[in-house]
Design a protein around this ligand. Structure first.
Ligand code: XMP
Length: 508
């Protein structure tokens, strides 16, 4: 059965991925596409509705981005958000002008309408605009306003056109989810067929059909994406082989956990390669972060290639690509701050016929939900994001086995205390960093000259920006006391209180 689809056309606003995620959270599948996507392309996707996002342009600028006018003839409802709302107003004969500006929380007063059905008469919404709809186009009515914005929501029921000037997708809009649900369910007739249970069942069936008993190979990193992709494929394909390369720079006990879960519990055909000697000898004496990344990336590919050669030609290479990777490689370009290592080079060294990417439609939170759905344990499904080069970029300066051991133990204590304090789900990423600095301390009446450990913890949505987490002092104190007492050769613990930007999440 074909799933119902909403198309979100991207006009460059900062919350656009969030819109798509909110729609999915309402159990409706949606795809984010560039604003200029041809109406005919959209028709082939058979959408039940279209959403036009916000964006930085003003509709009356000569080169303001506009959709293919044909999208309004597809016979499906259209919702414009912020810039998208102003576009609809302008395209249908209304007038958009500069000011009054609104930023942040505003009191919204609603009137009767499709989008506002069941909402309380007043609530808080989140605004971010410099232009406003001065004159409503013919056939439209106002369904919400604020004291400074006469058209905060509008609709033309006959033509199935809707718009909101505020952002229903952000948390600060109190009734945002209800508004989106009204559009999806009341206006577009959504059935709510996008659930991770459906997704898992359909994906396993599709993999069975496509791959059957042919040979498929997967690089398992221990991260949630490759884990869920492999576990889905394992349910469908008897000839799946997974290769796990242990570079010796994982967190304490992590390599053993991967083997335990995937080989012992899931019963997968897992080749676990302990390549730590190779990686560590290549990294000997290397301090520069980008050089560390390059060495690890290259060595990873080499080890994988050697193992893959032993298996010989395969039919499929399975990869854990997820939707944000697809969106990011599809549109937009940003400055390179760090060269993030992933398994991007594998297709060049494996003899395969086709790549399969069963998760390419999923956001991260959906990947996790799918992982739980198919019975993977919390330790894998809720694993924090972990950089490909691992602890190599959390040990500042040259790396040694001794330093890796120190950091693993200290990081383990930190994670243990965060878990005991019940904070694991509130903090996006938390880890310890072993600095290259040594300082003087005093223990048992004697002088020490040992390493300084930094604790890092951030809240974030996607790692692009991050704020330092306000961990209670007593938790930090417990970590500090335990680390200094239990680990050895660390006599000072500091807490990093920098956000990103200007810092980055990792120290290297
Ligand atoms: P930064 O340090 O760039 O981190 O603010 C943002 C997110 O990316 C992760 N990260 C990496 N992931 N290879 C990866 O696969 C890398 O080289 C790498 N460097 C940073 C980081 O852990 C955080 O989640």
């Amino acid at each position: 059965m074909e799933k119902q689809t909403i198309i979100v056309l991207d006009f460059g606003g900062q919350y656009n991925q969030l819109i798509a995620r909110r729609v999915r959270e309402c159990n409706v599948y949606c795809e984010l596409l560039p604003f200029a996507t041809a109406a005919e392309t959209l028709r082939t996707k058979n959408p039940i509705g279209i959403i036009l996002t916000g964006g930085p342009a003003s509709v009356f600028e000569p080169d303001a981005p506009r959709p293919d006018p044909g999208i309004f003839d597809l016979g499906v409802p259209v919702l414009g958000i912020c810039y998208g709302c102003q576009l609809i107003a302008e395209l249908f004969g209304g007038k958009v002008s500069v000011g009054p500006r609104e930023y942040g929380k505003k009191q919204l007063t609603t009137r009767k309408g499709d989008l506002t059905d069941g909402l309380s008469a007043t609530s808080v919404c989140w605004m971010s605009h410099t232009c406003y709809i001065e004159t409503l186009p013919d056939g439209f009515s106002v369904s919400a306003k604020t004291d400074t914005c006469p058209v905060a929501a509008m609709e033309n029921k006959a033509r199935k056109l809707y718009g909101v000037q505020f952002h229903p997708e952000v948390m600060h809009t109190e009734q945002g989810t209800e508004i989106l649900r009204n559009f999806l369910y009341r206006v577009c007739g959504a059935k709510g067929d996008w659930t991770m249970g459906n997704f898992a069942a359909q994906t396993v069936a599709a993999l069975k059909k496509k791959i059957g008993d042919k040979k498929v190979l997967c690089a398992l990193s221990g991260g949630v994406d490759s884990a869920v992709a492999a576990a889905l494929a394992h349910k469908a394909c008897p000839n799946l082989t997974c290769i796990f390369v242990d570079h010796g720079l994982l967190r304490k006990d992590e390599a053993a956990e991967v083997v335990r879960v995937f080989r012992d519990e899931q019963g997968m055909n897992l080749i676990a390669v302990d390549a730590s000697d190779r990686f560590l000898s290549k990294l000997d004496g290397v301090s520069e972060p980008e050089e560390k990344r390059a060495i690890i990336g290259k060595e990873f590919i080499r080890v994988f290639e050697e193992e893959a050669k032993k298996i010989g030609a395969v039919d499929f290479l399975l990869q854990g690509t997820i939707y944000p990777d697809v969106i990011e490689s599809g549109f937009g370009a940003s400055a390179k701050i760090k060269s993030h290592h992933n398994v991007g080079g594998l297709p060049d060294v494996v003899d395969f016929k086709e790549i399969v990417e069963p998760l390419r439609d999923l956001f991260k939170d959906e990947v996790r939900a799918c992982g739980f759905e198919i019975g993977l344990p919390e330790s894998i499904v809720m694993r924090q994001p972990f950089p490909g080069p691992g602890l190599a970029i959390r040990i500042i300066g040259p790396i040694s086995r001794e330093k890796i051991k120190l950091l693993q133990e200290a990081d383990y204590i930190y994670r243990d205390e965060i878990a005991k304090a019940g904070l694991t789900r509130d903090i996006w990423q938390y880890f310890a960093v072993l600095s290259d600095t040594r300082s003087v301390g005093v223990m048992g009446d004697g002088r020490t000259y040992d390493y300084m450990l930094a604790l890092r913890a951030v809240t974030s949505v996607d790692g692009m920006t991050a704020d330092w987490a306000r961990i209670p002092y007593d938790v930090l104190e417990k970590v500090s006391t335990r680390v200094v007492n239990e680990v050895g050769h660390i006599n000072r613990v500091v807490y990093d209180i920098t956000s990103k930007p200007p810092a980055t999440v990792e120290w290297e």
